[in-house]
Design a protein around this ligand. Structure first.
Ligand SMILES: Cc1cc2nc3c(=O)[nH]c(=O)nc-3n(C[C@H](O)[C@H](O)[C@H](O)COP(=O)(O)OP(=O)(O)OC[C@H]3O[C@@H](n4cnc5c(N)ncnc54)[C@H](O)[C@@H]3O)c2cc1C
Length: 273
């Protein structure tokens, strides 16, 4: 693993302070609310935590994967769901920076990096999880743009999301080849936000479903063309895999440290355990 640069170490230190001061005192309440407040993203944005891997040429921090993993590891010591929420947002921000048209970058990237526009990654569907080439949410070309119909599942940040990075099929039966990616404003008529899921835990992630019913979008909403988008989606999934692994490390470190402290102080049979 390569060393962090001084700038990367500063952002890891900022994440640790953010975890201590902002996440730790609020994590339980946010879990009960089933989402983090928008102010969570604003504060993260002020610290640079919403533009971690955006290239420096786009005004991002251009952090390495190692630095990103360290940030996730540290945030998860305070709450894995809130760390996950930020990871999904960073994933979308990065995808927009690297794949967006100049118009999309100008319209969305500054707000995403400030944590004012909240991003969601909509690939999974009720009937398509690990077999993501079989997604059936369909975008049909019209004279003035596209019309989207279908259902998405497991949308992290779904409760708050503003910008839907949405992976859809454009030609039924063509699998990966027909998949395209659109950036859809969550307030577009026909984009219908579901209720937050009841899970075993991690409710602060604000996970929901999303339905599209004759959701009409402009040509300019297309971010990645059919033929290229599936590979781009898999890059996003690869990014998430590294982040989830580092979050699990942080969660386990905290659980172990809590268990050691507890057992050291716990008396039983007239002695400490
Ligand atoms: C907390 C949480 C947040 C999430 N957030 C997002 C998000 O923001 N955006 C998004 O798009 N998705 C999200 N997901 C969805 C996640 O990406 C999917 O859960 C994942 O792709 C796996 O899909 P699945 O759950 O349908 O599992 P399945 O596809 O049903 O797979 C279950 C298991 O069966 C195995 N399997 C599958 N097919 C076969 C086979 N033919 N033979 C043998 N084994 C098989 C798989 O490898 C896996 O181990 C989230 C999920 C969770 C739990």
């Amino acid at each position: 693993m390569r060393d962090l640069t001084p700038a990367e170490q500063s952002i890891v230190d900022a994440a640790a302070k953010f975890g201590r001061d902002t996440i730790e005192p609020n994590a339980e309440a946010w879990d009960a609310d089933r989402h983090v407040p928008r102010s969570y993203f604003h504060k993260a944005g002020e610290l640079g935590l919403c533009k971690l891997i955006v290239p420096k040429t786009n005004d991002g921090l251009g952090c390495s994967v190692t630095a990103m993993a360290r940030v996730n590891e540290i945030l998860s010591q305070y709450c894995m769901a809130t760390a996950f929420s930020l990871t999904v947002h960073n994933n979308v921000t990065n995808l927009v920076a690297r794949n967006g048209t100049p118009e999309q970058v100008a319209a969305y990237l500054p707000g995403l990096m400030r944590g004012e526009t909240i991003g969601g990654f909509l690939l999974t569907e009720p009937g398509a999880g690990s077999d993501a080439t079989s997604i059936s949410t369909q975008a049909d070309k019209t004279a003035s743009g596209w019309v989207v119909n279908g259902s998405k599942a497991w949308v992290s940040n779904g409760v708050n999301v503003d910008l839907l990075c949405t992976w859809v099929q454009t030609e039924a039966g063509t699998g990966a080849k027909g998949i395209a990616c659109f950036l859809i404003d969550a307030n577009t008529p026909g984009a219908i936000r579901g209720e937050s899921y009841a899970l075993l835990g991690s409710h602060a992630l604000g996970t929901t479903g999303f339905d599209f019913e004759n959701c009409a979008i402009a040509d300019g909403a297309l971010m990645v063309e059919p033929g290229q988008a599936f590979r781009t989606a898999m890059k996003g999934i690869d990014f998430a895999r590294v982040c989830v692994a580092s979050m699990c490390c942080g969660l386990l470190q905290r659980a172990l440290s809590e268990a050691i402290d507890y057992t050291a102080a716990r008396p039983a049979f007239g002695q400490h355990v």
